[in-house]
Design a protein around this ligand. Structure first.
Ligand code: PLP
Length: 391
């Protein structure tokens, strides 16, 4: 296919649901990406949160190759080793729990919503937060606290109450005798990299314990080492009732997981919930390789170290450019809030072969791979510095 034919095929045959950058990528390794013209890009937003190990991590690729040559798929009415091993591994790194496997973040959250309703036995309301993002299925769009994702899709499923983030009084005021759960991102990714305060989170936990509500933490973006711990809730010293995860767990392959505290996990019994592809052998092997690489390659401590380095460099840029209002985040989940629209900065970086993201109009989002090097951070900062000049 010629380059123009690729663009034309997208135009003719693929629904236009994504705002697209006219780049065709053909190869990736770590934080490097090559386009069809063999131009090399430095990727500081690999896979929209999928690439915590960078592109094509060799251990993950090997695990996938090994499994594909043996058994690609087996349905969930049978047993297989990779799923058993992965479930055990996830629980080992979290707390006594059971998992449900599916294919995406939205599906994991959808599972958590269904679980809550079953658990609630009549209580069904879920409290969510302004500027949250939980996915694109109807229920997860209803849970998402941003109107722009909901417009045009009414009627949405009922039972979600959206309140102000980091405001414990607003949560208390929203609770009724129908409330069953609170659904929360500890750092709102799509909503502008907004970090939940420790007081707010411990307040939520206390309320949940007192009122017998489920605390559901959406770690689809914050999980798998992104913030310097394997899961972000581990920074807060809490044990959520449910944790949802997806994105980076599969090392580039699709996976979703709903993790539920052991004592309540059997609320969903045979036939109550399912996902045909959930937890297939290939993806489970890939996820096991991801978790293994994070430990063996000490990627959590690298994320902490490189996160501190990146924050220091960005704060130095903040001193230099008053257009930067705030640098925030945790580990390698970083938001740079500007006083102006971020899109031109993203475009300028792209012209200099650096890939970053802008969310919530004015927040530049940097989420490099956990194995990013100091040299790569320096390179990205140099490009960002040039892009911010003259704003
Ligand atoms: C916090 C959070 N939850 C859920 C989702 C939805 O995940 P998916 O796109 O895999 O359905 C996302 C995606 O960006 C997310 O950031």
């Amino acid at each position: 296919m010629k380059i123009e034919e690729v663009f034309q095929a997208y135009k003719d045959y693929i629904m236009p649901t994504y705002t697209k950058v006219p780049l065709i990528f053909v190869k990736g390794k770590g934080s490097r990406l090559w386009d069809i013209h063999n131009k090399l890009y430095l990727d500081f937003f690999p896979g929209w949160g999928v690439g915590n190990l960078g592109h094509c991590h060799p251990k993950v690729m090997q695990a996938v190759r090994d499994q594909i040559s043996k058994l690609v798929f087996i349905p969930n009415n049978y047993y297989h080793l990779p799923q058993a091993k992965l479930a055990k591994e996830i629980v080992y790194w979290t707390y006594p729990a059971k998992v449900f496997f599916c294919n995406s973040g939205a599906e994991a959250n959808e599972g958590a919503i269904k679980f809550s309703r079953k658990f609630g036995q009549g209580r069904y309301e879920i409290i969510t937060f302004e500027n949250s993002f939980h996915g694109r299925t109807l229920a997860t769009v209803a849970a998402t606290g941003q109107k722009k994702y909901q417009e045009g899709f009414a009627p949405l499923p009922e039972g979600f109450k959206t309140v102000k983030f980091n405001d414990i009084e607003a949560v208390k005021a929203a609770i009724t005798d129908k409330t069953v759960a609170i659904l929360l991102e500890l750092i709102q990714g799509e909503g502008g990299v907004n970090v939940a305060t420790k007081d707010f989170v411990s307040g939520l936990k206390k309320i949940c314990d007192e009122k017998k509500l489920l605390l559901i933490v959406d770690e689809v973006q914050t999980g798998i080492g992104r913030t310097g711990k394997l899961f972000c809730h581990q920074h807060y010293g809490i044990t959520p009732d449910i944790v949802t995860m997806a994105k980076a767990l599969g090392g580039g392959l699709p996976i979703g997981v709903m993790l539920v505290k052991k004592e309540i996990a059997d609320t969903l019994g045979p036939g109550m919930h399912a996902s045909t592809f959930g937890g297939g052998p290939v993806i489970c092997k890939a996820a096991l390789a991801v978790l293994n690489a994070i430990q063996k390659e000490k990627l959590l401590s690298n994320a902490v170290k490189m996160g501190e380095y990146l924050f220091a460099k960005l704060n130095a840029l903040k001193t230099k450019y008053p257009v930067i209002k705030e640098v925030r985040g945790l580990g390698l989940m970083v938001g740079v809030e500007l006083a102006v629209e971020g899109k031109p900065v993203v475009e300028k970086c792209l012209q200099k072969y650096l890939l970053i993201n802008c969310t919530h109009d004015k927040v530049l989002r940097l989420m490099p791979a956990l194995n990013i090097t100091k040299k790569e951070v320096d390179k990205a900062i140099k490009i960002l510095d040039e892009a911010l000049r003259g704003l």
